[in-house]
Design a protein around this ligand. Sequence first.
Ligand code: ZN
Ligand code: FE
Length: 242
Amino acid sequence: MTLDVRLFPCLSDNYGFLIRDADTGRVAAVDAPDPDAILADLEASGWGRLDMILNTHWHPDHTAGNERLKAETGCEIVGPEEVRRAAPLDRVVAGGDVVELGATRFEVTDAPGHTLGHVVYRSQADRAAFVGDVLFALGCGRLFEGTPEQMWTSLQILAAWPDETVVWCAHEYTASNARFALSLDDSAAMQAHAEAIFAARERGQPTVPTTIAVEKRLNPFLRARDVQEFAARRAAKDAFRR
Ligand code: ZN
Ligand code: FE
């Protein structure tokens, strides 16, 4: 079994993802930030079909394309109930469910905090996870709906995944996140990692995906000692302007 992943920038700082189960050729979009960008990448991929959208949460920069992609491709839209606040949804999923894309099995995990119904999708066999706006490279999502306790608990679940898990985050926020991380930790390891990120961004290259191993080592939100320190760091990042 193999999962092919295509990542492409859309809107101002989102990533769109098209994924393909190589055994069966079934194709899904993870979230639907921009239907034009997704249809253009689908054309470029040569994959020839869109079977499914996997929404992570209801925010418009993740669901705006649901209606048009369904109208143009007939795809099934899968996601948490909260998606209905913003866009059409065919099949409701929640933590503990499994979504099959051909031979690829995605386990659904509830990860509230950024929104209350946010879910993440992980294929253990492919060591790949799509985490929406829960975990970013060196960062985490803002607490728009949930409490620090909820987000902290969600991040702990992700941190317990195997180190080699490849984490596909939904936004390119890494340079800003790296400046914040450096304000807390100016060790040689953090400086080297941040320099690599700044250089990649100057070349116009994405810094996504990351891995659980890297994030456990360097992400200031995963490195918080407890929920109080996590909450303080989240508040400090919200006010951080650099
Ligand atoms: Zn969001
Ligand atoms: Fe978002």
